[in-house]
Design a protein around this ligand. Structure first.
Ligand SMILES: Cc1cc2nc3c(=O)[nH]c(=O)nc-3n(C[C@H](O)[C@H](O)[C@H](O)COP(=O)(O)OP(=O)(O)OC[C@H]3O[C@@H](n4cnc5c(N)ncnc54)[C@H](O)[C@@H]3O)c2cc1C
Length: 452
């Protein structure tokens, strides 16, 4: 993604440069063909309020983007008003209070770097340019989230513009129902987040990475081991299996076992990832790296270069699962054997959530998270690859508890993403705060209740 430059303006459909300005809001380089009637690049809260009031007056439905990382390009809808919050990206840190006020357009890497100077930390996303806007609304699996909680659990308040144009603050005691809804509704939120108020954490003294690479033929062994050891992996380790057509150092299909670790010393980190060196399948590995010290920002930048380049075409889908590994292996083999070329990849994340979370809209997770990310560059290949992620998850969905909104594909494959009671409460709050349906809902909404 490019950072927004210059002062934001209002674009009317048909103006010269309108298409480019709309498509520049999206990380995914696909053009879904959907265009708003108006694009408002807001510079401040007054621009946002003016845009919301104009939309009401002219009967325009509103979609919103901050960093544009929705794989599904949820903000690109036909007609209506698209509100870009990318320029509202200020960072205001109060180190003594261990708190920050941050605009929704702020990129994760910018917050991480600003906090590093003060020895502070926030669980931002694993890619540098994911903005806080959408990331925190959907839950936010960030660096250290297995230990610190979902990033949205560190949101202590929000400044919101409601459908009637009012600016309100929401936290645990003031407009508490909006505070509840904002933490987990993702692309189904029914107000504009103008600012997040965040709780900060002490910065881990050591961050590093250990990797182990396996050839494709060992896939079953790798996943059986990962499944077997999953519950015992220390919470400081983000243990991931990444099947890819071009594994690091192998240059052919394989599985990258990736273990980033956030700890208070090198020794503590080394102990936390010891299970990789001692695994019963270690001799089958093509190679194992030592534990390498590397900052979270550098890990994020490297992940973008190797696994998530921007301005190319993407399809993505995902599932949460607790199913027995033997039931999942056929689907995992299908994923690697049908995957579009690199940097397409899949992610198996060892999650094992804590028993309790605060009461918030986010309410669906499982021990393992499985996502697929298909990439290609030429429009001629759209027909060949665009359905790949959906097909992979359709084959496995009987094993799923539901999906995570971070990598949602609801427009193509409706699925469950929240506990039923939470979804009912969210619908009631939507009816209360956005009675005329000014803001767009999730894509594929009509079918989602019927889905598993
Ligand atoms: C390369 C890449 C890496 C990723 N890594 C991670 C990761 O490590 N962890 C993780 O949890 N997720 C990750 N994601 C998923 C990402 O967090 C979600 O797609 C998130 O919604 C992106 O936020 P955004 O503001 O950049 O995207 P946007 O596309 O701008 O926003 C997504 C949706 O959120 C809503 N929204 C955005 N801003 C506002 C606002 N200010 N007010 C109201 N509604 C708003 C809109 O409905 C919008 O369509 C990743 C995605 C990509 C593409």
């Amino acid at each position: 993604m490019k950072r927004p430059h210059g002062k934001g303006r209002v674009w009317e459909r048909g103006a010269q440069g309108f298409d480019e300005a709309v498509l520049a809001t999206s990380f995914n380089g696909r053009d879904p063909g959907r265009r708003p009637n108006v694009l408002v690049e807001a510079n401040n809260v007054f621009d946002v309020q003016a845009a919301v009031r104009r939309a009401q007056a002219e009967g325009l439905k509103v979609s919103i983007c901050s960093g544009g990382h929705s794989w599904a390009q949820n903000h690109l809808r036909e007609g209506g008003l698209l509100l870009s919050m990318a320029r509202i990206n200020e960072i205001d840190i109060d180190a003594d209070a261990m708190a920050a006020k941050v605009g929704p357009g702020c990129w994760g890497i910018d917050l991480d770097r600003a906090l590093k100077k003060k020895g502070l930390f926030f669980p931002v996303a694993h890619a540098p340019d994911v903005a806080l806007g959408g990331f925190l609304l959907q839950g936010g699996f960030g660096w250290g989230s297995r230990e610190l909680g979902l990033a949205t659990e560190s949101v202590i308040g929000l400044d919101l513009i409601l459908a009637d144009g009012r600016l309100v603050h929401a936290n645990a005691s003031e407009n508490a129902d909006l505070y509840w809804a904002a933490r987990g509704s993702g692309p189904g939120f029914f107000a504009v987040v103008a600012r997040y108020h965040l709780k900060l954490h002490p910065r881990p003294k050591f961050t590093g990475l250990k990797m182990q690479i396996f050839a494709r033929k060992h896939l079953d062994d790798v996943f059986r081991w990962a499944d077997d050891i999953g519950a015992a992996v220390p919470r400081s380790v983000e243990f991931q299996m990444v099947p890819t057509p071009k594994a690091l150092g192998l240059f052919r299909p394989g599985i990258e076992v990736v273990a980033p670790v956030l700890a208070n010393s090198y020794e503590e980190a080394k102990e936390a990832v010891r299970f990789v060196d001692e695994s019963p399948i270690r001799k089958k590995a093509h190679f194992t790296t030592p534990l390498v010290p590397i900052s979270t920002s550098m890990m994020a930048v490297t992940a973008n270069i190797t696994h998530f380049p921007p301005n190319v075409r993407w399809c993505a889908d995902n599932m949460w699962t607790n199913a027995p590994i033997e039931k999942l292996l056929p689907g995992l083999n299908n994923i690697i054997d049908t995957m579009p070329p690199a940097p397409s990849h899949s992610l198996w994340l060892n999650w094992h959530p804590p028993a309790d979370r605060p009461d918030m809209a986010f309410s669906l997770e499982a021990n393992r998270y499985l996502a697929v990310y298909g990439e290609w560059t030429r429009s001629e290949d759209d027909a060949k690859y665009s359905g790949w992620a959906t097909d992979c998850m359709l084959k496995m969905q009987e094993n799923a508890l539901g999906i995570q909104l971070a990598d949602e594909n609801l427009g193509n494959r409706p699925a469950r993403f929240m506990a039923d009671a939470n979804l009912n409460r969210l619908d009631a709050l939507r009816a209360k705060y956005d009675p005329d349906g000014l803001f767009h809902d999730w894509m594929g909404r009509a079918d989602r209740r019927a889905a598993a």
